[in-house]
Ligand binder design. Structure first.
Ligand code: NAI
Length: 342
């Protein structure tokens, strides 16, 4: 990225028409909750994308300064602040990708489900506005508990008559990022080469890394499998405890969310080789929502990577069965919340 921006500046200085850079795609991205711990670094990373032409930052607080600050970076996108419910609609008009990290994070001792009472209502309100203003956008839900907030978003979109299951995503990219990092460290592999699919959901035992499907192929002892699986499942808690009350993962989350935004924009731009894990409406298991690898295209999910679920080890099969009751109940909790009378 840095090279492409520097090259552009040099080209402009010497003012040579023949050396003008290739015209880039110009997508519009909105971040809802942009003033927060995830929102700010995420907005910075999205501001660096050459695929973004407009970056709308929405929050109920603290967003004007963030937008003013970011707007001084000499990268292509225009950054605008929006604050308060009366500006939410304008923040969303014409948007291609909406990212939602709004809500409260965990403190030590809390589970993601402990956030439900506050974050469920926030996600419901924000997705209602998405339905009214940019129903065709890719919607990325980061706010926890993802296992419940994604089903809430789906119900809200259904109530508004605009639900497209191919374009609603729970962001589980951080689980993949962590799995790749931990496996590369453990096995002495080059980070850039490692890819571990992570399926199920995004909380505790519902996070299931499929270590047997690691690329490049690598063998693990039973002890290594157990240790890595538990570490990946508890990695969020590792950060919550290290921050000791000051929040949960924000920087690694922003990195992961920016990767998922970039993948979505590449897919929208016509790249035919984009695969990411995400928690989505799915028929891969008997549960209505399930995280797995999906192929992204211009219209959202183009295909599910079924092969990841074939030939699981005994350990993975048992872990898959064990996660289903918790994931099912988190999904049902979200659906019930969205459908209860006000
Ligand atoms: P934070 O508290 O630093 O920031 C949240 C932001 O949301 C604040 O700026 C706040 O003003 C804003 N906000 C609150 N209500 C809002 C509303 N109604 N409309 C717009 N903005 C609103 O929290 P942080 O650390 O950024 O975390 C955000 C969420 O992301 C939490 O729910 C956390 O659990 C979740 N998370 C998800 C991960 C994942 O892998 N999916 C990983 C890490 C965190």
């Amino acid at each position: 990225l840095r090279n492409s921006f520097e090259t552009k500046a040099v080209k402009q200085n010497i003012n040579t028409v023949a050396m003008q850079p290739k015209v880039q795609a110009s997508f519009k991205v909105a971040v809802l909750g942009a003033g927060g711990g995830i929102g700010q670094p995420l907005a910075l990373l999205v501001k660096m994308s050459p695929l973004v032409g407009h970056l709308n930052l929405y929050d109920i607080a603290n967003v004007k300064g963030v937008a003013a600050d970011l707007s001084h970076c000499n990268t292509p996108s225009e950054v605008l602040p929006f604050t308060g419910p009366e500006q939410l609609g304008d923040a969303l008009k014409g948007v291609d990708v909406v990212v939602i990290p709004a809500g409260v994070p965990r403190k030590p001792g809390m589970t993601r489900d402990d956030l439900f009472n506050i974050n469920a209502g926030i996600v419901k309100t924000l997705v209602e506005a998405v339905a009214d203003n940019c129903p065709d956008a890719f919607i990325h839900i980061i706010s926890n508990p993802v296992n419940s907030t994604v089903p809430i978003a789906a119900e809200v979109l259904k109530q508004k008559g605009v639900y497209n299951p191919k374009k609603l995503f729970g962001v589980t990219t951080l689980d993949v990022v962590r799995a790749n990092t931990f496996v590369a460290q453990k096995k002495g592999l080059r980070l850039i080469d490692v890819d571990v699919p992570v399926i199920g959901g995004h909380a505790g035992i519902t996070i299931l890394p499929l270590l047997s499907k690691t690329k490049p192929a690598v063998s693990f002892t039973n002890e290594e499998i157990k240790e890595l699986t538990v570490r990946i499942q508890n990695a969020g808690t590792e950060v919550v405890e290290a921050k000791a009350g000051a929040g949960s993962a924000t920087l690694s989350m922003a990195y992961a969310a920016a990767r998922f935004v970039e993948s979505s924009l590449r897919a929208l731009d016509g790249d035919s080789d984009v695969y990411e894990c995400s928690f989505v409406q799915s028929e891969l298991s008997e549960l209505p929502f399930f995280a797995s690898r999906v192929k992204l295209g211009k219209n959202g999910i183009e295909a599910f990577v079924n092969s990841d679920l074939q030939g699981l080890t005994d350990y993975e099969s048992a872990a898959l069965e064990a996660l289903k009751p918790e994931l099912k109940s988190s999904i049902e909790k979200g659906v019930a919340f969205a459908n209860k009378q006000p």
